[in-house]
Write a protein that binds this ligand. Sequence first.
Ligand code: KG4
Ligand code: ZN
Length: 339
Amino acid sequence: MLVLGIESSCDETAASVVLNGKKVLSSIISSQIDDHSLYGGVVPEIASRKHLEAVSDVVFNALDQAGVKSEDLYGVAATQGPGLIGSLLVGFCFAKGFAFASNLKFTGVDHLHGHLMSVFLEEKAPNFPYVALLASGGHTSLYFVEDHLSYEIIGSTRDDAAGEAYDKVSKMLGLGYPGGKIIDEISKNGDPGKYPFPRAWLEKGSFDFSFSGLKSAVRRLIDSIPQDKIEKEIPHIAAGFQDSVKDVLVKKSIMAMEKYKCGDFALCGGVAANSGLRAELGKRLPKKGFRLFLPSVSLCGDNGSMIGCAGYYKFMKNKLASFDEEVYPRALFKLKKGF
Ligand code: KG4
Ligand code: ZN
């Protein structure tokens, strides 16, 4: 089954052709980072316009790269939400038009479902049920994943997402957007013990997260350092911040594995590209007898392949969308337990 996956929820216009939810035959990602970095974050109006300019080329390039014609496809899957409404509309409406014109099946994919499925594009995938940590720019949650389409939320962030905290701290330090990769790199040259930042464990046994206090602690520290001394301290601040995020994410993940008695664990979402987090989980989980599943770095950030993969599992169960379905900007995960 060949599925065309289209993603446009934030600042990447992406399309992929995926075979049987497993083999990525093509992946085209047109990033808007350069258009937004000037403003230190994504400007929604600019994002929608850029998606509109890019979407047609991105999709046809994905078909060309895969050597596939529209009539070879089984269906089209597009991100339906959550995300920026104008951005979602571009990809979702393009997908509807493409599917209608080519007489193909059509389905909407939840962006978070796409991230969760990204591990299934790798050769070795986790066995159900497993625990997944999805950490991105908009969401940070722990999931108990029962099968390709059903899950339970174990805990979620109560304020900022982990990636959002990275982006905000990077902005405070004048390091640019998006901040995750930059802080990850810079922190390799810093001493994480020089500035020990707080860890928000919340109530005993809670699987929720909170990163806004950490962000404020970084702000207060920056404000306390004289302007002419800050440059030298940046790697240490970055390392201390990353250590705090990593510590909470890793310990809560292990707690969830123990409580839910799972053997397999998956990390996904943009923050899953973090080298420190990947290394720490890679060290800590096997010591407890758990197996770690990581998407390759190119599959962590937003891409069309994960949408094509999640779409495949929806098509397998004949979960189709009608052409009058709408996009949704906010996460639906509090409302339902299946995609
Ligand atoms: O999944 P994603 O591409 O988009 C959303 O769905 O939000 O995630 C983007 C987020 C950004 O906040 C970015 O700073 C973060 O992922 N990110 C990282 C790294 N690479 C990207 N965070 C930490 N370390 C990284 N290496
Ligand atoms: Zn994402």
